[in-house]
Design a protein around this ligand. Structure first.
Ligand SMILES: *[C@@H]1O[C@H](CO)[C@@H](O)[C@H](O)[C@H]1NC(C)=O
Length: 241
């Protein structure tokens, strides 16, 4: 860009001096034309040379003018491109700022818990809410160990997973509840005591802020956990909606 401007200034300078030369040249030609004495052959030859020179200068000037016009066009294009780039740069800068702000404000939700160190739970003659009391991860505090409820803090898509371990003869089961509604039932049967029985299941749920998820141990079923973290419940926010 600087080179182009420099070149342009140089050319404009040349044009200025060329124009002065042109005026002088024309004056000379007029003067010489008045002199029609055939005796002045040498002067005529000078006249020819002057005419030739004048026409060369004109040709040169026209070429220079064309170049200047061309450079002007080129410069205008460059200026337009430059202002386009400026516009695009500032719009992408503000987009970056916006994304950074959104990312900083994005809620972070993740929890991971295990049921108990107490061993067998159940069977009972009623459904009971499972309160996973060992809380290992609880980013965003959306899981409450005193109720066993996970509460979605924002509208979004959530991933939830649980593993149930049974160690007693009979049914090993877990219900999944969304608010007051059962949305999943899982069951296994152990034919004898002290047999390791596992199942894992997961859900991807679209929840609105305030929706609650909890797990229930159904009537007559049992579940087992100890310090080995056999029975776990975890979840995270995949993305907001
Ligand atoms: C149970 O999980 C906790 C947290 O991850 C860990 O500190 C502990 O060692 C685990 N227990 C066993 C037996 O792995």
């Amino acid at each position: 860009m600087r080179v182009v401007v420099g070149l342009l200034l140089l050319l404009l300078g040349l044009c200025g001096s060329g124009a002065q030369g042109e005026a002088g040249g024309l004056g000379e030609v007029a003067e010489i034309n008045q002199n029609t004495d055939p005796k002045h052959a040498a002067e005529e030859s000078t006249e020819q040379t002057t005419k030739q020179t004048t026409s060369d200068v004109w040709t040169e000037l026209r070429a220079l003018r064309d170049m200047v016009v061309e450079l002007n066009v080129h410069m205008e294009l460059l200026q337009r491109e430059n202002s386009d780039l400026q516009t695009r740069l500032s719009s992408s800068e503000s987009r970056t700022d916006q994304l950074e702000r959104e990312n900083a404000e994005k809620p972070k939700v993740a929890f991971y818990t295990a049921l108990t160190n107490a061993g067998h739970l159940g069977p009972y003659n009623t459904d009971i809410t499972l309160k996973y009391s060992k809380v290992f991860t609880n980013i965003g505090n959306a899981y409450n160990p005193s109720t066993g409820f996970f509460t979605a803090p924002v509208k979004g898509v959530y991933y939830l997973q649980f593993t149930v371990f049974g160690f007693k003869a009979g049914y090993i089961a877990v219900h999944v509840y969304k608010n007051n509604q059962r949305i999943m039932y899982n069951v296994e049967k152990n034919n004898e005591d002290w047999v390791h029985q596992y199942f894992t299941n997961s859900l991807v749920l679209e929840l609105t802020a305030g929706d609650e998820i909890h797990l229930v141990l159904p009537t007559s079923c049992s579940i087992y956990d100890n310090s080995n973290n056999y029975s776990t419940f975890s979840g995270s926010l995949l993305f907001t909606l």
